[in-house]
Design a protein around this ligand. Structure first.
Ligand code: BGC
Length: 423
């Protein structure tokens, strides 16, 4: 597989909470560890990457990659409102130095789902002050570390709340049942858990509005504002930094009669974000599967299709459709996440090969695609589903924290290396 442009970013992605371990000051730590949790298990030590980052980065470099996407954890950098932890910033300086030492271009995400616990006391992602709180944290990071950060993703999957709402899942801190979920008898347990979380957070239940499940119109408007304010803060500290947002995008495929609902979904999950992205330098596209849409809305998977551990249809061609869609905005596209959860690594190899063939067709047609970050570098903590889904190029024995490089890592790293040598 050739023909990728010079300077193409070949990488793998992670997120702080999913790999670092012991992110005890974050809101998710409370959700995971409070009895009655809907998380199947807590994140605990995760992949201990807070300690092992240097060897992980060196391993990726050795495999042939030239980029690494990771996130900085707000809960560590600002453990209490307004107090910036120099120690945490120093840690992330070391992560950036490890990238530099290995010739890996860092793509840094400022918010990947988790927030500091204290944010839940003041209304989380439904509070009108949150965009400026977020921008202040981003400014502190960029003022200290900006000279080492060429690419910034402000907010990971700014549209995830919309997607979850469409899927009928949304979590209210006020103890309301997830919208659309058939909870009937589980509802009481769910409410009790939410109340317990609020108590643990020392917050009124109605204030507990975490990022992942905040999908009210107000929350969506605030996320857009947070992105815009963060972008201003980044540009003020480091004007040459390339800034974008990342969006979770399925390839929407209308079936006969599904054109209108498909257009509505497209508007909600993507187009409504375009004005807030107008001054961005790139679009971060994240894709895992397609969404077929019929006259009544999203259709279930067809019988007999191959499913991933996430119950998504195994459909790597979706990435091409998503790139073609977002490229219409005229901005460069970086694939900030694309991957598959499977125990069978040969299926991951197949997935990557077919996804990259799609990227290549886009490039051949002159679309400006700047990079491909596989999700994920490591088998890691998949939120509510715990450690069961295996997305990683590198396996992790969580008892010993030993890494096992999979064939898929060699496959993708090999393509990266060959193309870098050729270009
Ligand atoms: C998120 C990741 C997640 C991945 C796989 C994306 O929605 O950014 O945090 O692990 O998908 O589900």
């Amino acid at each position: 597989m050739g023909n990728f442009p010079q300077g193409f970013l070949w990488g793998a992605a992670t997120a702080a909470h999913q790999v670092e371990g012991d992110n005890v000051n974050s809101d998710f730590w409370v959700f995971e560890n409070t009895p009655g949790s809907i998380f199947v298990e807590p994140s605990g030590d995760a992949c201990d990457q807070y300690r092992l980052f240097a060897s992980d980065i060196a391993t990726l470099k050795g495999l042939g990659f030239n980029a690494y996407r990771f996130s900085i954890e707000w809960a560590r950098v600002e453990p209490v409102p307004g107090r910036i932890s120099k120690a945490a910033l120093y840690h992330y300086r070391e992560v950036l130095e490890a990238c530099q030492a290995n010739g890996m271009t860092p793509l840094v995400t400022m918010h990947h789902f988790t927030s500091p616990r204290w944010l839940m006391k003041v209304g989380g992602w439904e509070d009108t002050q949150t965009p400026q709180r977020f921008a202040a944290y981003v400014r502190a990071v960029m003022e200290e570390l900006g000279s080492m950060i060429p690419y910034v993703c402000t907010i990971n999957e700014a549209n995830i709340g919309v997607l979850l709402r469409q899927m009928g899942v949304s979590l209210g801190g006020d103890g309301q049942a997830p919208v659309g979920m058939q909870l009937s008898e589980k509802e009481q347990a769910y409410r009790a858990w939410m109340q317990a979380c609020a108590q643990e957070l020392n917050a009124p239940p109605e204030k507990v509005k975490n990022f992942l499940f905040s999908a009210s119109d107000q929350a969506i408007a605030l996320v857009k504002q947070a992105h815009e304010r963060a972008r201003e803060a980044i540009k003020a500290a480091r004007p040459q930094a390339q800034v974008g947002i990342t969006l979770a995008l399925q390839h929407i495929q209308p079936q006969p009669g599904g054109e209108e609902p498909a257009q509505r979904i497209q508007q909600e999950v993507y187009e409504q974000f375009l004005p807030a992205m107008a001054d961005d330098d790139f679009t971060g596209a994240q894709n895992y599967t397609r969404q077929r849409v019929g006259p009544q809305g999203p259709l279930p998977n067809e019988n007999g299709v191959e499913l991933t551990q996430m119950n998504y249809e195994f459909y790597p061609e979706a990435l091409e459709g998503v790139i073609r869609m977002v490229a219409k905005s005229g901005k460069p596209v970086i694939v900030t996440e694309n991957g598959v959860a499977t125990e069978d690594d040969s299926r991951r190899v197949a997935f990557i090969g077919r996804a990259l063939a799609g990227v290549q067709r886009c490039l051949d047609d002159g679309l400006d695609v700047r990079g491909y970050m596989y999700w994920s570098a490591l088998d890691n903590y998949e939120w509510m589903l715990g450690y069961r889904p295996k997305f990683g190029l590198i396996g992790v024995d969580r008892a010993t924290q030993q890494r096992q490089v999979k064939e898929s890592a060699r496959y993708l790293g090999g393509i990266a290396r060959a193309n870098r040598l050729a270009s």
